[in-house]
Design a protein around this ligand. Structure first.
Ligand code: FES
Ligand SMILES: [Fe+2]
Length: 374
């Protein structure tokens, strides 16, 4: 199902209506997800091989690859991948392994003219071509043209680099996506953190505002609304708007001039495992949630801003905003771990997501459909 996202003015009006009527968006139905689906190794294997590796998934922001030779390497859906901007400006991505004896070529991020394997020095151009083999006479008949780095599909759009590793799922498409990051967005930080919880539990934590008051009593609750959201679906993805109290300042602004930055957080869930969230001071968090094991998830978090780097006051705003988001995010992680621990209790055969949690139902429905279609 494809539903176009509303413009900011429409979202703000829907939020005002909810504030005035003490309501929130409601989904048509509730959803029951079997607890077994969070515990099953076979289910996780299918999610990784049939869904994560077959859907175009944000690998890094374009802003991580600013110049020719810039590269980023990390594991995506359990596979070492490197993305690199070529001399022609195009971003390509490869399986991150040497074609001699398989050494992982690079780790982290950097900028280089070529990739040189640390083991025996086989050297690859930025377009993946095998350029140099030391003492090549030791490999009689080596067909260098067929021993370049193994490519995966990389597409740069909306300020993101999307990677699809295996044959794409039939309806995997980027056409539904709204603008996300602009060329003005700079990368401030990237960090990785592992959390002992199933990746779907972690995704769910981003997708509803029903928990704001209970989970975030001193962080988000004092400045946001509890259980007051605009929830939209587009393709397999969704967007949830979390308004701040400050949104009321827009009531006296003519609708056409209302700027939502700093007045609400948009959380975009990019199916299956990526969240893009907007925050005050022009900050955007791009969070990739990588399943590491059935009970373990790696957060790869990129923090970006579209504000000029040399403005001291703005930098203070960014630091304030980042500190606030960090504490709130730690509260969400603590809850995710609590759910993971609760799985072992045997208390629940299913989790029930109510009508405030429709974006989670949409996630599970899309995931079931993608698994069934494979
Ligand atoms: S494994 Fe890379 S050069 Fe030998
Ligand atoms: Fe939260």
């Amino acid at each position: 199902m494809t539903t176009a996202l509303a413009d900011d003015q429409t979202v703000v009006q829907r939020i005002f209506d909810h504030i005035d009527n003490r309501t929130t968006d409601l989904s048509d139905e509730t959803w029951r997800e079997p607890v077994e689906n969070y515990r099953s190794e076979a289910r996780l294997a299918a999610e990784i091989t049939q869904v994560l590796r077959r859907h175009p998934t944000p690998f890094c922001p374009s802003a991580a690859l600013t110049e020719a030779g810039s590269w980023v390497a990390r594991d995506a859906a359990g596979v070492p991948i490197v993305a690199v901007r070529g001399k022609d400006g195009r971003v390509r991505a490869f399986r991150n392994a040497c074609r001699h004896r398989g050494t992982r070529l690079v780790d982290g991020a950097g900028c280089d003219k070529v990739f040189e394997c640390r083991y025996h020095g086989w050297t690859y151009d930025l377009d993946g071509a095998l350029r140099h083999v030391p003492h090549e006479h030791g490999f009689p008949g080596l067909d260098k043209a067929s021993r370049g780095l193994v490519p995966v599909v990389a597409v740069e759009t909306r300020g993101l680099v999307f990677v699809t590793q295996d044959a794409p799922a039939p309806d995997a498409s980027l056409d539904d996506l709204p603008p996300l990051l602009t060329p003005g967005h700079r990368l401030l930080t990237t960090n990785e953190l592992e959390v002992p919880a199933n990746w779907k539990i972690v995704v769910e934590g981003f997708l509803e505002g029903y928990h704001i008051r209970s989970t975030h009593p001193t962080t988000f609750y004092p400045v946001q609304y509890d259980n007051l959201n605009v929830v939209e679906r587009f393709g397999k993805h969704s967007r949830i708007a979390f308004p701040y109290q400050a949104i009321n300042k827009l009531r006296t602004v003519p609708p056409g001039e209302r700027v939502v930055g700093g007045k609400l957080t948009y959380v975009y869930h990019l199916f299956p495992n990526v969240v893009v969230a907007t925050f005050p001071a022009g900050m955007v968090f791009l969070v990739v949630l990588e399943p590491v094991a059935v009970d373990r998830t790696r957060f790869v978090t990129h923090v970006l801003s579209d504000r000029p780097p040399d403005d001291g006051q703005l930098r203070q705003g960014i630091e304030r905003s980042a500190g606030f988001v960090d504490v709130g995010a730690a509260e969400d992680r603590a809850v995710a771990c609590g759910i993971q621990q609760g799985l072992a209790s045997g208390a629940n055969e299913f989790f029930e997501f109510g009508r405030f949690e429709g974006a989670i139902a949409h996630f599970h429905r899309s995931l079931h459909a993608a698994l069934d279609a494979s």
